[in-house]
Design a binder for this molecule. Structure first.
Ligand code: DC
Length: 207
């Protein structure tokens, strides 16, 4: 079975996907980490983030590899664990530009499609584009203020600045962020993490 969990930035996708995957006893896959890894490598190489050729050169020379562990996803570049550097403010700022490039999207999609089912896949276009045949699709939303408050626990910035950055990222991500026509849309603003996980599990087809 493939379950897709898409949604806006900081809607709780990663924590919910991890919890659902754990309940099902299957791996989860965080596609946003691959976009973040491409962004980090571009920044470190001094590449212009809107130029696909330079980014693809980096990817072809030394491709990052997603490790879909049940305990948390990691991205490796050879022996180097990129994961701790993927949620910095500079990666947050650049990632929408990188994720808008069709060439980068094609590379990420190809990595994801090699992963064997069963799995829970989390991102923006898992249900619409990467796994359109998934058995169950979800789309998580939450108000910008609630999302900013959640992020404020992870980032040393004030809530208003985070909310402004999230709203801007929503705008830049709209193209690839639409819910699939057959997705269950869940507003997580008023729900606890376990409440969202339970809502997803309750809507899965009989196993
Ligand atoms: O889920 P996240 O915040 O880690 O995602 C980082 C960025 O990657 C986000 O700004 C949008 C982009 N992204 C995407 O375009 N498609 C995906 N499937 C996953 C993420």
């Amino acid at each position: 079975m493939i379950v897709t969990i898409d949604g806006v930035a900081a809607s709780g996708k990663s924590s919910v996907s991890a919890g659902v995957a754990q309940a099902l006893g299957v791996p989860y896959v965080s596609s946003g980490l691959l976009y973040r890894a491409v962004t980090l490598l571009g920044l470190e190489a001094g590449a212009a983030l809107h130029e696909p050729a330079a980014l693809l050169d980096c990817l072809q020379a030394n491709p990052p590899r997603l490790e879909a562990l049940a305990s948390g996803n990691r991205v490796w570049l050879g022996q180097r664990d990129l994961t701790p550097d993927l949620h910095s403010t500079r990666v947050d700022r650049g990632v929408s530009v990188v994720a808008a490039l069709p060439e980068v999207r094609a590379w990420v999609d190809a990595q994801l499609r090699t992963l064997p089912a069963p799995l829970v896949a989390e991102g923006r276009d898992m249900g619409t584009n990467v796994f359109p045949h998934a058995q169950a699709k979800f789309y998580l939303t939450a108000s910008p203020r609630v999302r900013a408050q959640r992020r404020a626990y992870e980032r040393p910035e004030d809530v208003a600045a985070i909310e402004a950055a999230l709203t801007e990222r929503d705008r830049l991500d709209t193209v690839q962020s639409a819910p699939a026509a057959d997705a269950h849309v869940i507003d997580t603003s008023e729900l606890s993490l376990q409440g969202v996980i339970d809502a997803v599990l309750a809507r899965l087809p009989a196993r």
